[in-house]
Design a protein around this ligand. Structure first.
Ligand SMILES: CC(=O)N[C@@H](C)C(=O)N[C@@H](C)C(=O)O
Length: 824
């Protein structure tokens, strides 16, 4: 049984009688009462109030949602079901700690769940003891409850697992808080004021929080303090400014500075800092040029008695900072720099490696246009990193990755000339069923098996995510998640040589898996994957029963009109995921929703998505098309799209639709289409180019007019590359001439607007910097002007993703109701 006890006035901890359930750290919780993880009741109240309108007021004069009574019923009933899907938790991260007694290990999972009422995600930690009693079995003994972690931005265990950093970023002008937890208590707490640095980056890209090997220092990335702003008072300009807030003066704005665009509003300069966790002293890392934004810092292997070094990624921005979210085509390199010396270590430290205060920052990868995710091997003998050079060199915002190794010289002077070895090159065109190349967007902080040279990573392979083992010495890549599974797999953490992973499909909620090597007679080890029972992804009986009546498959769709100019990879079939009902009640097909991802160099994978599962559960089949240009199919197929957007991708989608119609899986009169961003570009192109094909459409922040987007987006270079192809990279200018604007217009959905008749729902985020709201609004207003039925919902505080819980909920509820209205 869990019991509460108080450690000090501000922290409560959960203690557990049984050591098996004891999390490796006491967990700071946010309030004095434990919050029960019960689904919010907001939407059941909404449904009740809608029903009251119906029964009591008779003919409703002013319908609250612009719906008739029947649609309002629909709205109420769909909202109840969507709420059940929305309450399913996600696992965001996991960590393993070796048990004190040495038997088995302890796991900590960071999970999150939408809190619709608060419009935030509720973050919790849940712990488990893992034991493998006999070979081929594993048992996870879960702590009885998750513990809420409100206000925590990230947690990072130390390498030995004996300390835990809990970091809380400020919500306003207050300091960042660093808490260092031991196994039974809070050991240290430091408040770092904004005059030292702004929030610590925990964004998954610039983010880097790294403990040194003796666990005394933590290197991290935080926003450099804002430049001072002019102060004015009654007498005019106040010389020397002031930090005091007094009512007789006010702050001006000062010079505007570029930020990193979409989701990075106000983030101008990620910089490197080190905190000494004994003294709480923080030092900025010196010597890094102002034009470099930095991230992903790790400690280089250290030698006793010598200085310590940091390796980090630097993105330079001499001119404009172009948006970086979803854009791997921003040039970047790995750099090494000497870590700051703190008083306690400086004495007795011999600078025998020749380093001194002025040691320059060394660029380790100057001959490659992109290098990121640096990871040292456990013995410190080599440094492995990923590169998106194909993306940087071609201008496509995302493309096939490559992996490299640097055999790490112990002598600092040899670093600038250290040789870079190719480990996994870009795959141009893969043979059927063979490795299509690397596509990954994150890597574990410790991805190594005990041989010290095999990394475990997740990567896209066709329409699935798979787990790969990569031997960085031999370059051997093995797909180790089951090859006969169409499910998607993601590695969460390693438990020694075993893997804790999660696997799901469009019709199966995620399931935790435990992977163990089963030695085989052959050289390549085979993996067995054990089911781990857990209630993390618990869903209602209703949801379970609806999901059990669904099935999915991954279809290969042959390319139509393979012309001579196409590369081999671009002529190969692309894929679509088809989700349908398996009940055989009638021969008639369910209505179809064609689902189109954005990017365009992104992919829809065969994993569980609450919103899509909701749409299939209300009676729609889904055709999720990975048109050519998607990730996971080799570089030639991907690079076939830039320059042909609005035609090749549109035709691929039409081919996929014909494919399911020809197979008798879709009825031509019951087809709808849904897409966001570039997927919204395709959706609006489709309703213009094939006006008789779709009975309803829904778009989220769609690109409708590239000629308008180019002057307003954070990624104008995207407009050039996708409209003109690779050559567009060199013609990019901030001041497009008229003939370029004409071409942008001709490639855009707006040029087919006069043919559109499909009722279309627009979901728009007013804070979107990627495809500003003006794009969707202009197109919606133009449709309305010519009498096409449109509905527009603008979310005032949402960015491109429209992911805030209430906005995501309202979006998919309206999509469900819109499609039900026009396509039963
Ligand atoms: C690179 C990029 O952001 N392109 C947009 C037009 C887009 O389609 N974005 C994708 C990633 C999305 O799904 O939002």
């Amino acid at each position: 049984m869990a019991r509460l006890y108080c450690i000090n006035t501000s922290y409560w901890c959960v203690s557990f009688k049984s050591n098996l359930f004891r999390p490796p750290f006491p967990l700071p919780i946010s309030s004095r009462r434990l919050t029960l993880l019960r689904p919010t009741s907001f939407f059941s109240r909404l449904s009740a109030s809608l029903a009251m309108y119906d029964s009591k007021s008779g003919p409703i004069k002013e319908m609250p949602l612009g719906l008739d009574a029947a649609m309002e019923e629909e709205y109420a009933s769909q909202s109840k079901l969507l709420q059940e899907f929305a309450s399913i938790s996600n696992i965001d991260k996991a960590w393993i700690f070796k048990s004190d007694g040495g038997i088995g290990s302890q796991a900590m999972f960071s999970i999150s769940q939408a809190n619709l009422l608060a419009n935030k995600r509720r973050k919790c930690i849940v712990s488990a003891h893992i034991s493998q009693e006999t070979k081929g079995t594993v048992s996870f003994q879960w702590a009885p409850f998750p513990v809420e972690m409100t206000g925590v931005s990230t947690i990072v265990p130390s390498p030995s697992g004996s300390k835990l950093l809990v970091l809380r970023n400020p919500e306003n002008e207050s300091p960042s808080k660093f808490e260092i937890w031991g196994s039974s208590q809070l050991e240290k707490e430091f408040h770092i004021p904004q005059s030292v640095h702004g929030s610590v980056y925990t964004d998954g890209w610039f983010e880097g929080v790294s403990w040194n090997s003796d666990e005394t220092l933590i290197a991290y990335v935080a926003e450099e303090p804002s430049p001072s702003k002019p102060t004015f008072n009654d007498l005019g300009y106040k010389k020397g400014g002031s930090t005091d807030k007094d009512c007789g003066s006010w702050k001006g704005q000062g010079d505007w500075e570029e930020d990193w665009g979409e989701t990075y509003a106000g983030k101008r300069q990620p910089a490197l800092f080190v905190i000494n966790i004994n003294s709480g002293e923080v030092q900025a890392v010196k010597g890094i040029e102002k034009s470099l934004s930095v991230g992903q810092v790790v400690w280089a292997p250290s030698t006793k008695g010598a200085c310590q070094y940091l390796v980090f990624v630097g993105w330079s921005s001499d001119t404009r900072k172009l948006g970086i979210k979803y854009c791997y085509n921003r040039p970047c390199a790995l750099y090494a720099v000497r870590a700051p010396l703190f008083k306690s270590e400086a004495s007795g430290l011999e600078l025998k490696d020749g380093s001194n205060e002025d040691m320059p920052v060394v660029n380790l990868t100057q001959h490659i246009s992109s290098a990121f995710f640096p990871r040292f091997s456990p013995d410190g003998n080599f440094l492995v990193f990923l590169s998106a050079r194909s993306s940087v060199d071609s201008g496509a915002h995302c493309a096939t990755d490559s992996l490299y190794r640097i055999d790490w010289p112990t002598d600092v002077k040899l670093w600038p000339s250290a040789k870079i070895v190719d480990v996994i090159p870009v795959v141009m065109c893969a043979d059927d069923g063979c490795f299509p190349g690397l596509y990954f967007s994150s890597v574990l902080s410790n991805p190594w098996l005990s041989d010290g040279c095999t990394m475990i990573i997740s990567s896209i392979w066709g329409s699935s995510q798979v787990i790969l083992s990569v031997n960085v010495l031999s370059g051997e890549v093995l797909r180790i998640s089951p090859a006969d599974s169409n499910f998607s797999w993601d590695v969460l953490t390693l438990d020694g040589n075993n893997i804790v992973a999660v696997s799901s499909s469009p019709v199966d909620v995620p399931q935790i898996k435990y992977g163990c090597i089963v030695e085989k007679a052959t050289k390549a080890a085979a993996w067995s994957w054990l089911d781990v029972s857990s209630s993390i992804f618990k869903c209602s009986e209703k949801v379970k029963s609806l999901l059990s009546s669904l099935q999915f498959s991954i279809m290969k769709i042959p390319v139509k009109d393979v012309s001579d100019g196409l590369t081999k990879g671009a002529g190969k079939p692309f894929e679509a995921i088809f989700v349908s009902s398996n009940s055989k009640e009638s021969d008639a097909c369910n209505p179809l929703i064609v689902i189109l991802h954005g990017g365009p160099h992104s992919v829809s994978i065969s994993s569980f998505s609450k919103s899509l599962a909701f749409l299939s559960s209300i009676g729609y089949n889904l055709l999720i098309v990975n048109y050519r240009g998607s990730l996971g199919f080799g570089e030639e197929a991907l690079q076939s799209l830039p320059g042909k957007v609005g035609s090749q991708d549109v035709n691929d989608v039409l081919t996929a639709i014909d494919h399911v119609i020809d197979k008798g899986l879709a009825s031509p009169s019951k087809i709808t289409v849904l897409g966001g961003s570039h997927g919204g570009f395709l959706t609006t192109h489709l309703i213009g180019q094939a006006p008789d094909k779709f009975v309803a459409a829904a778009v989220r922040n769609p690109v409708c007019n590239i000629a308008l987007m180019v002057g307003t987006t954070d990624i104008p270079d995207w407009c050039y590359v996708e409209a003109f192809g690779s050559k567009g990279k060199d013609s990019f200018t901030e001041a497009p001439p008229a003939e370029q604007l004409t071409l942008f217009h001709s490639k855009s959905p707006v040029s087919h607007l006069s043919k559109v008749k499909t009722p279309t729902l627009f979901l728009l985020g007013a804070q979107d910097l990627r495809v500003p709201v003006s794009n969707g609004l202009q197109y919606a207003r133009a449709l309305k002007e010519k009498g096409v039925v449109v509905k527009v919902i603008v979310f005032p505080n949402d960015v491109h993703g429209i992911e805030r819980p209430q906005s995501d909920f309202e979006s998919f509820l309206n999509i469900g109701v819109w499609f039900r209205k026009y396509c039963k």
